[in-house]
Design a protein around this ligand. Structure first.
Ligand code: CTP
Ligand code: MG
Length: 229
């Protein structure tokens, strides 16, 4: 099934506290976004790569694309929005008609393995959606406004959702349109699909697929890149 990947890269990177957005930070001689794009180039049936970035970074992305001239893949950059969800919504508007599966993958997860992307595609083709994740390692507490603990969900049933999150195209578009109509803003893509009754399965990934969020994550990323982790 032909695959498009949407890579949201329009965040401001507040928690990192750098002077440029995270996808453009350098990691082993290339920017983080370049690493991430390259992870999709040898995925089976990859057909289109769409990056959402803030308008002042669009020229930079256009010039990045020149390093990736796979004839069979089309590259497009679109302007992002004020929330991750709106960035992805904008990217969904340019997905090609012939595409059957759409993956969403954070620009700041440069260590995703191609074989896992393919495994997730197979699950999405079969059931509707697939999400890469790992079993929760910490006990998760639910708290009220006063931080009193109100519940301790059974950890054996809790997974940490990562990306990619991959869906049948029509299902994802329907979920995004419905969220927009209802003013629902979620923290991932699957939650939008879940709320319209779509079936999404967890696909076990690995802990190297970290999201570069805080300065410490950049240090860990350098270790992973140098094969020290
Ligand atoms: N993202 C986006 N548009 C937004 C917000 C986030 O495209 N309005 C992207 C980020 O660029 C990142 C991914 O979504 O690749 C995951 O978001 P996150 O790690 O939270 O990045 P930031 O929002 O940039 O960081 P912070 O929340 O610390 O400001
Ligand atoms: Mg954010």
């Amino acid at each position: 099934a032909k695959l498009s990947v949407i890579i949201p890269a329009a965040g401001s990177g507040e928690r990192m506290g750098a002077d440029i957005p995270k996808p453009f930070l350098e990691l082993g001689g290339r920017c983080i976004l370049e690493h991430t794009i390259s992870r999709f180039l040898n995925v089976r049936d990859i057909h289109q790569i769409v990056i959402a970035a803030s308008s002042n970074y669009l020229p930079r992305i256009e010039s990045l694309f020149k390093n990736f001239e796979e004839a069979s893949v089309s590259y497009l950059a679109v302007e992002g929005g004020s929330e991750r969800q709106y960035s992805i919504y904008n990217a969904l508007q340019v997905i090609k008609d012939e595409v059957e599966l759409v993956a969403v993958h954070d620009a700041v997860r440069p260590f995703i393995r191609s074989s896992l992307i393919e495994k997730c595609c197979e699950v999405a083709s079969k059931v509707g959606g697939g999400v890469i994740g790992v079993p929760a390692k910490d006990t998760i507490k639910q708290v009220d406004e006063g931080r009193n603990i109100t519940a301790t969900p059974d950890r054996s049933k809790l997974w940490q959702a990562q990306t990619p999150q991959i869906f049948q195209k029509e299902l994802l578009i329907k979920a995004y349109n419905s969220a927009l109509a209802d003013d629902f803003v979620g923290t991932d893509d699957a939650s939008l699909v879940e709320r319209i009754g779509g079936n999404v399965q967890m696909v076990e990934g690995d802990r190297k697929n970290l999201k570069i969020t805080y300065p410490i994550d950049l240090k860990v990323a350098e270790l992973i890149l140098n094969n020290q982790l």
